[in-house]
Ligand binder design. Structure first.
Ligand code: ZN
Length: 182
């Protein structure tokens, strides 16, 4: 990212919203915002395949593996305002498992990009499905959208999306997944 250019844009934004960019509290704001955005959008140059390959192990386990309540923070691509919520990820191994700590890392790769909740859900499911080749994957996201809440479009509501692959399309598997994340 071109930090100087980004900082200049933030200074312009501050002027346009009517701020005095020379006042004490705002002097370092452009550089702070630039660093914050660099972090919040750091998922673009990361590859989930690399992370999964680092920690993929042979296993005879063929029971559902679940990592639930993974906190995530993203930003919507329409307003660049926060989307905050929890992700629940499950898969049924097909000879291979991935280190459990890698699952939140995969979530972050996609959360740290501009997103819509539906796409974030699909991307996490596909990353696991394509790289781990499990018998099935289920991803559920419950989230709050600041672009609705802060702008007064909707008060305190949570949006749920799901992406189901393979075995998770079967009613019994889906039901088991849903009961385990409650
Ligand atoms: Zn939005």
């Amino acid at each position: 990212m071109n930090n100087k250019k980004f900082e200049n844009l933030v200074t312009d934004m501050l002027s346009l919203i009517g701020e005095d960019t020379s006042r004490e509290g705002l002097i370092k704001t452009p550089s702070r915002v630039s660093k914050a955005y660099e972090f919040l959008t750091s998922g673009y140059d990361k590859d989930p395949k690399e992370i999964i390959n680092q920690a993929m192990f042979t296993s005879s386990n063929d029971e559902m593996v679940i990592v639930k309540d993974i906190d995530f923070y993203s930003m919507c691509e329409h307003h660049m305002l926060p989307i905050i919520g929890k992700v629940h990820v499950a898969y049924i191994p097909n000879g291979k498992v991935v280190g459990l700590s890698k699952i939140p890392r995969i979530v972050n790769i996609f959360a740290r990009r501009l997103q819509i909740q539906e796409q974030l859900t699909e991307q996490i499911a596909d990353a696991l499905n394509d790289n781990l080749n499990p018998k099935g994957v289920g991803v559920i996201i419950e989230a709050r959208h600041m672009c609705m809440e802060m702008r007064g479009v909707e008060k305190l509501s949570s949006t749920t999306t799901s992406a189901l692959r393979g075995e998770f399309k079967k009613h019994t598997t889906k039901k088991e997944f849903l009961s385990l994340i409650k």
